[in-house]
Design a protein around this ligand. Structure first.
Ligand code: LAN
Length: 761
C-alpha cells in the first residue's frame, strides 16, 4: 500500500478520474528556483524533453536499467548512488516533493480566490486530484472521509473544513460522493465552528464565517518596546512572521468583497455548519474546538487575555490613532519581509498572507501583488498523486549537502566516475550562499563585522546572513543554523580532499574561496544559545513561558526557538572540521563553542539513552546526530558511558528483521512508538550510521540491518517510498523522499569501511 516512487504516502482508495497528461509536465530549475510547467502543444513537448528526474517525481517508469545484483554493502551503496545520481538536476542540486502538511494548499486557494488570480486549469485539476488522493477513505486513517493535519494523520476539523473549502473553490460539486462523505466527517467533528484559530481566520476573510468567531490578533503587540518579554521579535520566526500579516488582516477585518453576492460563498455558508448560518452566535464559538484538533489546548492565561481583548480592549481602548500606528508599523515590517526574500517570504503560510496584505494595502495589479503571485508558484509541486504545496520552496541546499556527505562518507568522493556529480553539487552550493546581510543591517545600530546575534527593528529583526545558507535556495534568503553548517561541512569535505595517488594535488578546486568559508563559520558562531545548544533560524530570544500564548491549538512548542540536538550537532561537527583546516581562525571562540555544545548534548540525553528529535522521526533521527557530536570528542562505545547508553537504546528496539521502525507518534508523545509497518529503510540507515560512528564493537546486529537495506533495494538500485520521515512542531509530519537514497547510501558505505566489504549472503 505504500506510495511508489516518491514522498506522499498511502494515497486513499478513491481513484480520481480527472487528471492531466503526466507526460506533459516539466520541472524548470533556474539556479535552484523550481517551478512546474504544463506543455500544451506537441511542439513544446518536442523542444523540452522530459528528464529522468521528472519521471521519477511523477512516479512514471524512469527507464533506468537493472544493475548487476549487489553482493556486498558497497556494491549496494553504489547501485543506490547510480540510480540517485541520475536524478541530479542541471544546476547541480536534487529536487523532491516536500508534502505532508494538509493546511497549506487551502491557504493558497482561498487567497487566490479572494484576489481573483486563479491557477491554470491544469494546476487546478492536479490539485483537486491531490486533495482527493489524500482524503481519509477506505483503509486510510480510519476512512471517515476527512483530512488530517498531515497526510498520515487522523481527520481533524482543520484538515477537513479547509480542504473541503479548497475543493469547492476549485469547482468540485457538493454532490460528489466523496464530498458528501467529507461533510459527514466534518459534522461528526462538530462542523467548521469547531476548527482551530487558523481555520477561523481563513474562513472569516473568505466571508464564510464572521470575524467575531476569530480570537483577537492585535497588531498593537508590535508596538511594545523591544525589552518587553513578550515582544513578537522574540518569538520563533515562523510564529511572528505569520502573526504579522494575520494581525494586519484581522485589524482591518477584511472580507472578500463579493462574499455576499457570490453564490459559491453562500453555499459554503450552508455546507460547513450544522446550524443555519444566520442563526449562529459567532462570538460564542471563539474557543470552540474539536478534541481531534486540540493537540495543544490554549492556556488559562491566553483565555484570560482573549476575554480582556474581546470585552475591554477592542470595544473601549483600541483608539483609531493606535490602530493606525500599529497597522503602519506592521505594514512596514511586511514590506521588509517581502524585500528580504523578493516576495517569496519565509514559508507557505505567511507567503499567501503577505500577498493578501499587499492586495489590501496597495490594490490588485500592483508590483507587490504580481511578484507575490509569481513566487507562489515555487511552492507548488507535482507528484504522482497530484499537485501539492511544499512546506518550503524546495529542499535544494539541504538534500544537496547531505548527498555530498553521504558520497564522501561512503568513499565515492575520490572516484573519478563520481567526480562530476560532486563538482556540480558543490558548485550549486557555491551559487546559493548568501553574500549579503538582510536589507538595512549595514545601517543598523547593531552592525558589526564579524557579525553577532544582535538584532534591531531597522532590519526587520532579521538574523544576519552573509555567508549563511538557507534550507531551500538563495532566493528565499533565510539563515538556518544547520543548513549553513551542513553546506559548509560538505564543502570542506570536498575542498580538503587530496588525490589518493598524489597527496600534493587537491581533487576539487576551491569552488568556495576561503573568505566565504570563514563568513559561514562567523555565522555559526552567532547561532549558539546560552545553554550551549543551537536552535533553527536564530538563537533563542524569548522565554519558554511564551508558550502560554500559543494560540494555534494544533501545534506544540512553537512560540520560541528551542535547543535541538540536530542543529547543535550540525554546528559542532562542522566547526570541528573547520578548525582542522583553519586552526588559528577565531580559535578560542570555536573551542568554547564546541565544548559547551557537546556538553549540552550530553545533558540532553534522556535516562533511557535516547535524544528526542524535532525535525525527523524521531529518536532514531536525533540519536544519529547526537552520537556524531560525541564522536568529535574522541568518544567511542569503549570509552563513553553516553555512547554505551545510546547504543543500548537502539539495540533494544531492533526488529526481528534487523531493521528499525518508529512511528510519527513518537514525536507527538515523546515516547518510542514502533512503526505499524515495521522496519523503515531510512530509520534503519540512521541507526546504522550511529552505531558505526560510535564504534559499536559487535558486528552482528549491524550486519543484519545492512542486510535489510540490501533486501529492500530494487534491481535498478532505488529504494521505494515508505512511511513519512520528517516532522515539525511535534504534531505535523512532512516528507523527505530523498532520505531513502541519501542515508542508505551513506550507511552501507560506512559499514563497508568499518567492517570490510564482504559478501552478504
Ligand atoms: C523546516 C524544514 C527544514 C528544517 C531543518 C533544517 C531540517 C531543521 O533542522 C531546522 C528547521 C527547518 C528549517 C524547518 C523549520 C519549520 C518548517 C519551515 C520546516 C519543517 C518545513 C515546514 C515548516 C514550516 C513551519 C511550515 C509552515 C507551518 C507553520 C506551522 C508555520
Amino acid at each position: 500500500v505504500n506510495g511508489h516512487a516518491n514522498g506522499s504516502t498511502k494515497p486513499s482508495e478513491k481513484t480520481v478520474d480527472s487528471r492531466t497528461d503526466p507526460e506533459r509536465w516539466r520541472l524548470r530549475n533556474e539556479r535552484g528556483v523550481q517551478t512546474w510547467h504544463y506543455l500544451h502543444s506537441d511542439e513544446e513537448v518536442k523542444q523540452w524533453p522530459m528528464t529522468i528526474a521528472d519521471r521519477h517525481y511523477l512516479g512514471l517508469d524512469t527507464g533506468l536499467p537493472q544493475l548487476p545484483a549487489a553482493r556486498t554493502p558497497l556494491q549496494a551503496s553504489e547501485n543506490g548512488l547510480n540510480y540517485y545520481s541520475k536524478l541530479q538536476l542541471e544546476p547541480g542540486n536534487w529536487g523532491c516533493e516536500y508534502g505532508g502538511p494538509m493546511f497549506l494548499l487551502p491557504g493558497f486557494i482561498v487567497t487566490l480566490y479572494v484576489t481573483d488570480m486563479p491557477l491554470t486549469q491544469s494546476e487546478q485539476t492536479e490539485i483537486v486530484r491531490y486533495i482527493f488522493n489524500m482524503q481519509n477513505l477506505g483503509s486510510k486513517n480510519g476512512g471517515d472521509g476527512g483530512w488530517g493535519l498531515h497526510v498520515e494523520g487522523d481527520s481533524t476539523v482543520f484538515g477537513t473544513a479547509m480542504n473541503y473549502t479548497a475543493l469547492r473553490l476549485l469547482g468540485v460539486s457538493p454532490d460528489d460522493p466523496c464530498m458528501r462523505k467529507a461533510r459527514g466527517c466534518l459534522y461528526d467533528l462538530g462542523g467548521a465552528l469547531n476548527g482551530p484559530h487558523w481555520a477561523k481566520f481563513w474562513l472569516a476573510l473568505l466571508g464564510v464565517m464572521n470575524w467575531e468567531v476569530v480570537n483577537p490578533v492585535p497588531p498593537e503587540l508590535w508596538l511594545l518596546p523591544d525589552w518587553t518579554p513578550i515582544s513578537p521579535w522574540r518569538w520563533w520566526i515562523h510564529m511572528r512572521m505569520i502573526f504579522l500579516p494575520m494581525s494586519f488582516v484581522w485589524s482591518k477585518r477584511w472580507v472578500y468583497p463579493k462574499a455576499d453576492t457570490d453564490p459559491l460563498i453562500r453555499q459554503l455558508r450552508q455546507e460547513l455548519f450544522m446550524q443555519p448560518h444566520d442563526e449562529i452566535a459567532w462570538s460564542r464559538y471563539r474557543n470552540a474546538i474539536s478534541p481531534a484538533d486540540n493537540y495543544n489546548p490554549k492556556s488559562w492565561l491566553l483565555n484570560l487575555i482573549n476575554y480582556f481583548l474581546v470585552l475591554i480592549w477592542v470595544p473601549y481602548l483600541r483608539f483609531d490613532w493606535l490602530i493606525g500606528r500599529a497597522e503602519r508599523w506592521c505594514w512596514k515590517l511586511i514590506q521588509m519581509e517581502d524585500a528580504n526574500s523578493d516576495y517569496a517570504d519565509l514559508a507557505p503560510v505567511n507567503s499567501p498572507m503577505n500577498l493578501l496584505a499587499c492586495y489590501i494595502e496597495e490594490g490588485p495589479d500592483t508590483h507587490s501583488v504580481r511578484r507575490h503571485r509569481e513566487r507562489l508558484q515555487e511552492f507548488l509541486w507535482l507528484g504522482k498523486d497530484g499537485m501539492m504545496a511544499n512546506g518550503t520552496n524546495g529542499v535544494q541546499n539541504w538534500d544537496t549537502a547531505f548527498t555530498i556527505q553521504a558520497m564522501f562518507e561512503a568513499g565515492f568522493a575520490t572516484k573519478p566516475e563520481h567526480h562530476q556529480t560532486l563538482l556540480m553539487a558543490v558548485e550549486f552550493l557555491e551559487d546559493q550562499q548568501f553574500l549579503e546581510h538582510p536589507v538595512g543591517y549595514e545601517k543598523s545600530p547593531v552592525y558589526s563585522d564579524p557579525p553577532t546575534a544582535e538584532t534591531s527593528p531597522e532590519h526587520g529583526y532579521r538574523h544576519v546572513r552573509k555567508g549563511a545558507w538557507g534550507f531551500s535556495n538563495r532566493a528565499q534568503g533565510y539563515t538556518v543554523s544547520d543548513c549553513t553548517a551542513e553546506a559548509l561541512k560538505s564543502t570542506l569535505m570536498l575542498q580538503t580532499l587530496t588525490d589518493p595517488n598524489d597527496s600534493t594535488q587537491s581533487l576539487f578546486p576551491m569552488v568556495i574561496p576561503e573568505h566565504r568559508l570563514k563568513w559561514a563559520a562567523d555565522i555559526l558562531l552567532t547561532m549558539q544559545n546560552k545553554s550551549g545548544a543551537c536552535s533553527s533560524y536564530e538563537p533563542t530570544r524569548g522565554s519558554e513561558r511564551l508558550e502560554l500564548l500559543n494560540a494555534a491549538e494544533v501545534f506544540g512548542r512553537i512560540m520560541v526557538e528551542y535547543d535541538y540536538p540536530e542543529c547543535t550537532t550540525a554546528c559542532v561537527t562542522t566547526l570541528h572540521r573547520f578548525r582542522q583546516l583553519f586552526p588559528d581562525y577565531r580559535a578560542n571562540e570555536i573551542r568554547r563553542f564546541i565544548d559547551t555544545a557537546v556538553q549540552w548534548i550530553r545533558t540532553n540525553q534522556r535516562d533511557d539513552g535516547s535524544w528526542y528529535g524535532s525535525w525527523g522521526i524521531c529518536f532514531t533521527y536525533a540519536g544519529m546526530f547526537a552520537v556524531e557530536s560525541l564522536c568529535t570528542q574522541g568518544e567511542t562505545h569503549a570509552n563513553s558511558e553516553h555512547l554505551r547508553r545510546a547504543c543500548a537504546f537502539f539495540l533494544h528496539r531492533q526488529n526481528q528483521d534487523g531493521g528499525w521502525g518508529e512511528s510519527y507518534k513518537s514525536c507527538e508523545t515523546a515516547k518510542w512508538c514502533p512503526h505499524p509497518d515495521g522496519s523503515q529503510v531510512v530509520q534503519t540507515a540512521w541507526v546504522i550510521i550511529a552505531l558505526v560512528c560510535a564504534q559499536y564493537p559487535d558486528k552482528e546486529p549491524i550486519a543484519r540491518a545492512v542486510k535489510l537495506l540490501m533486501q529492500r533495494q530494487q534491481p535498478n538500485g532505488e529504494w521505494l517510498q515508505e512511511g513519512i520521515e520528517g516532522v515539525f512542531n511535534k504534531s505535523c509530519m512532512i516528507s523527505y523522499p530523498n532520505y531513502k537514497f541519501i542515508f542508505p547510501i551513506q550507511a552501507l558505505g560506512m559499514y563497508a569501511k568499518r567492517f570490510g566489504d564482504a559478501d552478504v549472503e
